[in-house]
Design a protein around this ligand. Structure first.
Ligand SMILES: [Zn+2]
Length: 318
């Protein structure tokens, strides 16, 4: 007999159910030609409306508990945002409230109150580079040829590849150098400030740990990795007066960006669960300290419904 394409029992809730955890980062009011992959407010509005109408959006902590107990309700889903961008407060929060939804916001506390994440330093460097050759003094890298948007996109992709796994001190040095070169063009308010973080929690949203400086844990020695995890949890709980219960591994690829020792550290630090960036859905037998997530990029209601169905109901036996 032919195997059915979907296991509809996974959509019915209970012991067979899978938990989709959606992963968002930034949300922009309009398209940024240098960052076309980022969510737009109007797309997020449609996605949240669809989730509110057709699914049951649960706080992540509650959903993971119910998943482990085999009591997940039908069509459950949880929403997460990573990093602590100001647009999470300015744009995503009102959209969540409009649709009566909750989310968990994973915040790298070292960038709050005027900091700039390394990726954004690179984006703004390429955006503001004058036409001509751009030499950033990177080893084994030719100067970039900067002219139209295509050349800037190519330069940005190359730069991101070159620096992604630089060690922490080299990244920090390069980031400082590029920010100094940007001068007045350096972004000042990309990330939230303390008050905006508190506004999220007062609105009923959850806050999660994401390390202090967003360094890739696998690239740090164990003492530094522990300090990154612990200091971030301390800062966020002091800021909000709440214990921080969920953690997201920076960059989040299992085995590449974090290892078993970091999973153990997250448990030791007192977190109740953690999420990765491995693409998939949570199952009852999966570790609650390595919950997979996925990005919902679909821009139509039908697309959102099909993607959610495909992720939660397929493949059989997964
Ligand atoms: Zn992140």
């Amino acid at each position: 007999m032919a195997r059915p394409i979907f296991s509809l029992s996974k959509l019915a809730g209970g012991p067979q159910a899978a938990l989709p955890v959606l992963m968002y980062h930034r949300v922009l009011p309009e398209v940024d030609p240098l960052q076309e992959g980022l969510h737009l407010a109007r797309t997020m509005d449609m996605q949240f409306a669809t989730l509110a109408r057709c699914f049951k959006v649960l706080p992540l902590d509650e959903a993971i508990d119910l998943l482990a107990e085999g009591r997940l309700p039908p069509r459950a889903v949880s929403i997460t945002f990573d990093d602590g961008y100001r647009d999470n407060h300015d744009i995503a929060l009102p959209l969540l409230q409009r649709h009566g939804l909750t989310a968990t916001f994973y915040v790298s506390s070292g960038f709050l109150n005027g900091g700039t994440m390394f990726h954004d330093v690179m984006v703004e460097t390429i955006r503001h580079a004058p036409t001509g050759q751009l030499d950033l003094g990177l080893a084994d890298t030719q100067p970039f040829e900067i002219s139209d948007i295509r050349s800037r996109l190519a330069a940005l992709a190359c730069l991101v590849r070159q620096v992604k796994y630089l060690d922490a001190s080299h990244r920090a040095e390069l980031s400082e150098r590029l920010l100094a070169a940007l001068g007045a063009k350096a972004p000042q308010h990309l990330m939230m400030d303390d008050d905006q973080v508190r506004t999220l929690t007062r609105a009923g949203m959850s806050l999660g740990g994401h390390t202090t400086r967003h360094l890739i844990l696998a690239r740090l020695d164990d003492a530094k990795a522990w300090e990154e995890i612990r200091s971030n949890a301390d800062t966020l709980s002091t800021l909000t007066g709440h214990a921080i219960t969920s953690f997201a591994y920076p960059n989040g690829k299992p085995g590449t960006d974090y290892g078993p020792q970091h999973v153990e550290m997250v448990q030791r630090a007192g977190f109740a669960n953690a999420v990765s960036t491995h693409s998939g859905v949570g199952t009852r037998t999966a570790s609650r300290f390595e919950m997979p997530r996925f990005v919902l990029n679909e821009t139509s209601v039908a697309g959102v419904l099909m993607r959610m169905l495909r992720m939660t109901a397929y493949p059989i036996g997964a």
